[in-house]
Design a binder for this molecule. Structure first.
Ligand code: AOF
Ligand code: ZN
Length: 338
């Protein structure tokens, strides 16, 4: 791995990011093509679901044989199957590239591009594999598990509380944090919450372009006049349409159903009971936690996760923080579960 390889793979990831929000369930992919002398002759990315893959987008811009003997960088193994477009490997081979540098192997079982490239005498190398894999974590989950990617948002005091014992919670975080939540919702296909949250807070959960809202309402206790139902496509999961597990709605079954509706990412905003149950069941991929500089100083307040009875600290869930930023007076911590 050279600095040059790293530089162009980073460029692929930056290009790929432009497709965010438009390519799901496909991955975000970017591509950079260098000629024999190492000069960049083309760039491309996967713009929209169903449209050209990144490699095709880049290679079709070439006029002559500029890429012959050159290097192609792409953050995902080039495809070898006939899908919405013909295989990218065939085009790479036709352009006579000498080397292909990829970020990660494709998890799509239909794809076997690396061996096809090698069989055609093209050198294949990996670079920034960890970064490229993390970058397409939503695609990896949806492709391998046939389940939507789940991010749980919570907003707490510094002692991890979401409300006082009387249920008072407005507002823990600042106006700026709440505006950030509104922006976040747009990045997901669906917002999910519980009947408890709808009844206790009557939230609007405004979402801009986000298409779906899912309310987990086992006994259909929520009032259809609640603000959450004012906009969006609504899916109410109740015991009438969802199996039960330990006398509660089987949230995994709900998520599978959402996937069958074409929902690939879910943003959960709820209280400690649902958050705790989902964490216990291994249904949360990431946590976005807003922490306000407030301390409740009262153990009988409500905690953001309340789903387990743990005696040993070694049994606590482990998360990996990948992003921290200050939003107004609060801090936003983004972390991956596990
Ligand atoms: C690539 N480059 O830019 C993308 C790839 O439905 P299709 O025909 O577009 O095929 C989708 C599959 O192709 C997808 O699941 C993934 O395996 C691969 N996506 N591959 O080489 C790209 N978007
Ligand atoms: Zn392709």
């Amino acid at each position: 791995m050279t600095n040059i390889d790293t530089k162009y793979m980073k460029m692929c990831l930056t290009l790929a990011k432009r497709g965010a929000g438009r390519v799901a369930p496909n991955p975000m992919v970017g591509c950079v093509v260098l000629d024999k002398s190492g000069k960049v002759v083309s760039k491309g990315y996967h713009k929209k679901y169903g449209e050209n893959h990144a490699e095709r987008d880049a290679l079709l811009k070439l006029q002559n044989n500029e890429a012959c003997g050159g290097t192609l960088y792409v953050n995902l193994e080039p495809c070898s199957h006939y899908g919405k477009t013909p295989p990218c490997v065939d085009l790479i081979i036709a352009h006579k590239l000498a080397r292909v540098v990829i970020g990660m192997k494709d998890v799509n079982p239909k794809v076997d591009g690396i061996s096809k490239l090698k069989a055609a005498g093209i050198q294949v190398d990996y670079v920034l594999e960890k970064e490229a894999t993390f970058f397409n974590r939503v695609f990896i989950k949806t492709m391998t598990k046939k389940m939507p990617y789940v991010v749980l948002k919570t907003a707490t005091t510094m002692d991890g509380k979401i409300a006082t014992k009387t249920g008072s919670s407005k507002w823990i975080t600042s106006v700026a944090s709440r505006a950030e939540v509104y922006k976040m919702r747009k990045e997901f296909d669906c917002i999910m919450t519980s009947s408890n949250t709808v009844i206790a807070d009557n939230p609007t959960m405004k979402m801009g372009q986000c298409k779906w809202k899912c309310v987990l309402d086992k006994d259909l206790r929520t009032d259809r006049g609640s603000k959450i139902y004012e906009e969006g496509q609504i899916y109410i999961a109740s015991k009438k349409n969802t199996p039960l597990k330990n006398n509660q709605l089987d949230v995994e079954a709900v998520l599978r159903h959402l996937y069958s509706l074409g929902i690939y990412s879910v943003f959960v905003e709820c209280g400690g009971t649902l958050a705790g149950a989902m964490l216990r069941e291994g249904l949360i991929d990431e946590v976005y936690q807003f922490v306000a500089p407030k301390i409740l100083n009262d153990n009988s307040g409500y905690s953001c996760f309340n789903g387990d009875c743990i005696n040993e600290i070694s049994k606590a869930k482990n998360l990996s923080v990948y992003d921290i930023k200050q939003i107004g007076t609060d801090i936003l911590i983004k972390s991956v579960v596990g």
